[in-house]
Ligand binder design. Structure first.
Ligand code: ADP
Ligand code: ZN
Ligand code: MG
Length: 483
């Protein structure tokens, strides 16, 4: 039997607003003392009234526009009723039948292939409190931290367009990249600002078997999403092949055991007794308001990736490296200041030495502390022959360490490269005298000895020799007749 995998995702992302969704409490609660970012509204005290956060609505619409959604002129909030200790009011304010954004798609490039995944809807809701489970001498109990309750959350629901665990992972990474470009969310999965529930089912290509959809929860990294889905593909296929009846259910991913386990049978919309939120007015959006939000949007990753290739002649891979993060892409263009001739050199410096430093120190680009003008200056110093590439790497580190400009560092430390023929010739002469064996080797046809001798010239000048001139003078001297 030839099975096909069907996957659709439901992604929650916390919005980067200053205050919570329906009250004035700070939404920046990470690391705060439990229950310090709370008020009657987010504690769910009777009689407290919510007020809609305008920026959260703007961010949701911005996300919808980036995902090519339609923005209906009319939208509203609804109550989703259920009982759980992390839900302060006994209901969550969410959106049911009239979400802010509908019918879109995300287009992205993966492994050289253009993909398009349908987006069913993007809606706005509030986050729940956080339960902390503890155990005291065999007695289990749970603590409630309400800081997270009421933080604005968007839910992005895809069409079932994904066909493998690997594709699901690539989609999530592309989606995260878009949210980060927009600046609407940190979209950090490990911190819980970006969470994914995955729906997965199997069917045979001839349509003789159509398995039920299973929802998987509790994955907190891209890797676990892919692993959990891969596990589920195998589990479902094996069961269907044995002729077993699978049920539509929710399963939890157990990271340590590398398996999913049944949590509960599927709940349906009816279970939630949705009804319009009576404490909030509906939202009427004019075309002008949506147009204004659209105008404020940055260039998106796919467009920028394409433009970097067209405008700067970069390869798809180079362009992908530079546009992976908006901060890096902005830095690259700030270095160029419109000077396309420099694109290749600047790109090489960023994806080479700069990325290496970032990896080595576990820092972001801004964390390195180098400014675009400084990298531009460094590239200029190499291009006009003031310093060689070897010295430039040291200068780069010094810029990051001290914040001083490359020109200042070169002047202060006397790092300018030595291109003066007379000075270099003198050094070459003394190197040849001190290394008779290498000279003899070279003359016997061991051309590798030239590299060694060049290294000695470099060493004598603290790495500052102009390598091209030094090599030329060395060859010249070695070819001279032996006296
Ligand atoms: P429900 O009524 O269970 O909420 P929806 O139709 O709203 O189901 O879809 C919820 C999620 O499940 C969406 O992300 C959708 O893409 C995905 N989905 C729908 N049908 C399937 C399927 N046959 N296999 C896998 N995922 C599916
Ligand atoms: Zn509050
Ligand atoms: Mg649903």
């Amino acid at each position: 039997m030839e099975f096909e995998t069907i996957i659709g995702l439901e992604v929650h992302a916390q919005l980067l607003t200053r205050s919570k969704m329906f009250c004035g409490c700070s939404a920046d609660y990470v690391g705060a003392e439990p229950n310090t970012h709370v008020c009657p509204v987010c504690l769910g005290l009777p009689g407290a009234l919510p007020v809609i956060n305008r920026q959260a609505v703007r961010y949701t619409i911005m996300t919808g526009l980036a995902l090519n959604c339609q923005i209906p002129a009319y939208s509203k909030f609804d109550r989703k009723n259920y009982m759980y200790p992390d839900l302060m009011k006994g209901y969550q304010i969410s959106q049911y039948d009239l979400p802010l954004c509908v019918n879109g798609y995300l287009e992205y490039e993966h492994d050289g292939v253009r993909k398009r995944v349908g987006i069913r809807r993007v809606h706005l809701e509030e986050d729940t409190a956080k339960l902390v489970h503890a155990n005291d001498g065999g007695v289990g109990y749970s603590l409630v931290d309400v800081n997270r309750a009421g933080v604005p959350l968007i839910e992005i629901v895809t069409e079932p367009d994904l066909r493998s665990p690997e594709e699901a992972r690539a989609f999530l990474m592309a989606l995260r990249q878009v949210l980060r470009y927009l600046g609407v969310s940190t979209a950090n999965m490990e911190e819980g600002a970006f969470r994914c529930d995955a729906n997965i089912s199997q069917r045979t290509r001839d349509g003789s078997i159509i398995g039920p959809k299973v929802e998987i929860k509790n994955m907190n990294s891209f890797r676990s999403v892919e692993r959990a889905l891969a596990y589920e593909v195998e589990r479902q296929r094996a069961a269907l092949q044995r002729g077993e009846q699978l049920i539509q259910e929710t399963r939890g991913w157990l990271e340590d055991q590398g398996m999913t386990v049944s949590q509960r049978t599927k709940e349906y919309a009816e279970d939630y007794r949705y009804f319009p939120e009576p404490d909030l007015p509906p939202l009427f959006l004019t075309e002008a308001e949506v147009a204004e939000i659209r105008a404020a949007m940055p260039e998106l990753p796919l467009a920028r990736w394409e433009r970097f290739q067209a405008e700067y002649g970069l390869s798809p891979q180079e362009s992908a490296l530079l546009t992976e993060e908006r901060e890096v892409a902005d830095f690259f263009e700030a270095c160029l200041q419109g000077d396309r001739q420099r694109a290749k050199a600047v790109a090489n410096w960023i994806t080479g030495p700069l990325f290496a430093l970032m990896r080595e120190r576990g820092l972001s680009l801004s964390g390195l502390g180098i400014r675009p003008e400084q990298l531009r200056q460094l590239v200029t110093l190499v291009e006009n022959g003031t310093i060689n590439a070897l010295t430039a790497k040291d200068v780069l580190e010094a810029v990051c360490a001290t914040g001083k400009d490359p020109e200042t560092i070169v002047a202060e430390q006397g790092l300018a490269q030595v291109s003066d023929v007379a000075q270099l010739r003198a050094v070459v002469q003394s190197v040849l005298e001190q290394n008779p064996k290498a000279v003899a080797d070279y003359r016997r046809g061991k051309s590798a000895a030239l590299g060694f001798l060049l290294g000695q010239v470099m060493k004598a000048l603290g790495g500052r020799a102009n390598p091209a001139v030094a090599r030329e003078l060395l060859e010249e001297a070695l070819q001279a007749p032996v006296d």
